[in-house]
Design a protein around this ligand. Structure first.
Ligand SMILES: Nc1ncnc2c1ncn2[C@@H]1O[C@H](COP(=O)(O)OP(=O)(O)O)[C@@H](O)[C@H]1O
Ligand SMILES: [Mg+2]
Length: 239
């Protein structure tokens, strides 16, 4: 396989979602995703999934991340169907292709921030320690965290800084795509905008696609595609 970075211009992946149906176990066959279809082509790289609370945004992201398996439908990343992957393929998809960002940052309080950022690289185990420490430090600098913070534990940083650390961690294994579920939900509006702008800047800098789940209409202007859900269905898909 050609490694990203080895080629001059990486062609962004295309994502095709076909007739997705998902109901949680013990939910009386209530479809949290109820026949969801859409396409994200190579030119749309900051994609917003919007909709009211309970509309199915997080469930859709779980499906795209391969964390749940829909009862019906397909999710194609280029030609590869996430719904058909076995456990081993799913693990490598999640570790190598996708970077995750959460509302609550999910940093490990017992580790300093450099260690937090390189943790997913240890799990992957492809490089030596020196290489991933160096990349972790470079990523932290690139998301606006200075060297004098490197030895600090997550709780010694502000919410906005912790989310920057989480974004650096999401990038450590050079993913093709970042998926972020309400990443600004715990931030004040100034920090929230800075995080959205940081995510947007990564598209060119790291050659990635970003899928952002948010119900905040003020961020829609940043998106080049906005998919709106209501009751588990796509009700709008705007470019
Ligand atoms: N673990 C779960 N078990 C059963 N139902 C769930 C679970 N998580 C979410 N749901 C239901 O699935 C629907 C979609 O939820 P969710 O994807 O979390 O929406 P959103 O992220 O847009 O707020 C809602 O009706 C919600 O109650
Ligand atoms: Mg949600």
């Amino acid at each position: 396989m050609t490694k990203k970075g080895d080629i001059e211009k990486y062609l962004f992946m295309k994502i095709t979602v076909h007739n997705l149906i998902y109901s949680y176990p013990n939910s009386n066959n209530f479809n949290a995703l109820n026949d969801v279809s859409f396409e994200i082509d190579q030119t749309h790289n900051f994609v917003i999934i919007s909709g009211a609370s309970g509309s199915g945004k997080t469930t859709l992201l779980y499906a795209l991340e391969g964390l749940i398996t829909p009862q019906q439908g397909k999710i194609l990343f280029d030609e590869e169907d996430v719904c058909q992957m076995n456990q081993k393929e799913l693990a490598s998809f999640r570790n190598e292709k996708v970077g995750f960002v959460f509302q609550n940052y999910l940093l490990d309080e017992s580790l300093n921030i450099v260690e937090n950022v390189y943790l997913p690289a240890i799990i992957l185990g492809k490089e030596d320690k020196k290489t991933y420490i160096k990349r972790a430090q470079e990523l932290l600098l690139s998301v606006g965290i200075n060297e004098d913070q490197f030895k600090k534990k997550p709780t010694q940083l502000s919410g906005g800084q912790q989310q920057r650390v989480a974004i650096a961690r999401a990038l450590i294994n050079k993913p093709n795509i970042i998926m972020a579920d309400e990443p600004t939900g715990n931030l004040d509006s100034k920090n929230a905008i800075m995080i959205i702008e940081l995510l947007k800047s990564l598209i060119e800098k790291e050659n990635i696609k970003v899928i952002l789940v948010t119900h905040e209409t003020k961020f829609y202007e940043y998106g080049d595609q906005i998919i709106t859900l209501s009751d588990g269905k796509v009700v709008k898909n705007e470019f």
